[in-house]
Design a protein around this ligand. Structure first.
Ligand SMILES: [Cu+2]
Length: 124
């Protein structure tokens, strides 16, 4: 993987920043949000369940790490063009990625083409 390109990918999870605040507000709760907000060192998890990425769209900050966790029985992977590609994840396995730049990153599971997700990476 090329660092310069990775920056653009940003994994989904974003509890920090305006997007994170909106996300938390929409859920009516802010667990751990206070600790992660503004730090730029947050860890976000995208759960893979029922052949879908949850959340489908996520906002993270540059410096954050996104972790995809396969909570399904079947295998999945996480691929974003030339930016990153996980191995096939068995149930319970995870894949982590840290964006190196701001921007929008679309990714999918190549095993199940209808599985798609998006990450928006913002400055802390
Ligand atoms: Cu899949």
């Amino acid at each position: 993987m090329r660092p310069a390109t990775l920056a653009t990918l940003a994994l989904v999870v974003g509890l920090g920043g305006a997007g994170g605040a909106a996300f938390a507000a929409a859920r009516g709760q802010t667990p751990q949000d206070g600790r992660e907000r503004g730090s730029g060192e947050g860890r976000h998890e995208v759960r893979i369940k029922a052949v879908a990425f949850n959340p489908t769209s996520l906002v993270v900050q540059l410096g954050d790490t996104v972790v995809w966790r396969n909570a399904d029985i079947v295998r999945h992977n996480v691929v974003s063009g030339e930016l990153f590609a996980s191995a096939e994840l068995s149930s319970g396995e995870t894949f982590a990625w840290a964006p190196g730049d701001t921007g929008t990153v679309r990714y999918r599971c190549t095993i199940h083409p209808r599985m798609r997700g998006e990450l928006t990476v913002r400055l802390p």
